[in-house]
Design a protein. Structure first.
Length: 265
């Protein structure tokens, strides 16, 4: 049985066993000796990475795959996974993860479909209280954007949101030659590990609004893009002429604190 790669599903099957093993081996979330941790693989395709994740005795692996042909392939080739009902056919962006994986899912892994990788990260953020570590392969530019800090041109909304809750490590780059078909872009593997922040010390909803509004007009100074929030207070002065890519997560938190105080005046 052969699964023909489907472009609209972002299917670029990895062909290097070595890199598959390296990705699976990059999970370093500490798991107690006598315990197992739930792990969801997003988009297993024909299972090259799945195979190595299954070899890790500490992982309780489940996979979510949208493509019925790939699911059929997995059921036929990975009987132990399918007997334990750990192959879920569905859209990761729409699944109620807590319902499908009641045993918990501290780890998420995968060679993500690049066309929806940002949406996957926003979904991961929805489950940040549950997901402790993410090891994934994505488009290299997106990896750089997520891992980069303020002051770089790649820094953006997703960098701020993810860095607020996760420590991010850029692990290694992967060439397009080890995929079938080769993607037009280069790839990279990153690891996200949940930091100690349960809740940001500010109004989190306003924080999200402010980050989005600032980056939506990335080249403008904050006094323009956030004009409606500023009141002329002294505390806000240092932010007025800044551009969003100059603000660290901590700066955005401080700005949110100031602007919510303004609102209560
Ligand atoms: N892990 C495999 C396949 C990677 S390609 C490998 O490394 O070879 C990305 C995979 O994600 C494809 O199998 C594609 O069908 C699947 N996919 C795409 N959109 C998805 C979604 N919304 N939810 C779950 N899986 C999805």
């Amino acid at each position: 049985m052969y699964v023909k790669p489907k472009k609209n599903l972002g299917q670029h099957f990895l062909t290097s066993e070595k890199i598959a093993a390296q990705i699976a081996g990059s999970i370093n979330y500490p798991i107690d000796e006598d315990k197992k941790a739930g792990c969801i693989e997003i988009g297993p395709g024909t299972g090259i990475l799945t195979k190595y994740l299954m070899q890790n005795p500490r992982l309780d692996l489940s996979v979510v795959e949208i493509d019925s042909e790939s699911v059929e392939f997995l059921v036929a080739n990975y009987p132990s996974l399918s007997i334990e009902h750990r192959i879920v056919e569905g859209d990761f962006l729409r699944l109620d993860l807590c319902k499908h994986f009641p045993g918990g899912f501290p780890i998420v892994c995968g060679n993500f479909p690049y066309n929806i990788s940002s949406q996957i990260f926003f979904r991961i953020l929805d489950y940040k209280d549950e997901i402790v570590q993410v090891v994934c392969m994505i488009q290299r530019e997106v990896a750089q954007r997520i891992a980069n800090h303020e002051g770089t041109k790649e820094y953006g909304i997703l960098s701020v949101f993810l860095q607020a809750y996760y420590d991010i490590e850029y692990l290694f780059g992967v060439d397009e030659t080890v995929f079938n078909p080769p993607p037009k872009v280069k790839s990279a593997v990153i690891r996200l590990t949940r930091n100690g922040v349960k809740q940001l010390p500010c109004d989190e909803k306003l924080f999200r609004t402010i980050v989005k509004m600032s980056f939506n007009q990335r080249r403008k100074m904050l006094r323009n893009s956030l004009a409606q929030f500023f009141t002329g207070s002294e505390a806000e002065a240092r932010f007025l002429t800044m551009r969003p890519e100059q603000l660290s997560v901590k700066d955005f938190v401080e700005l949110t604190q100031i602007l919510s105080a303004n609102r209560q005046l």
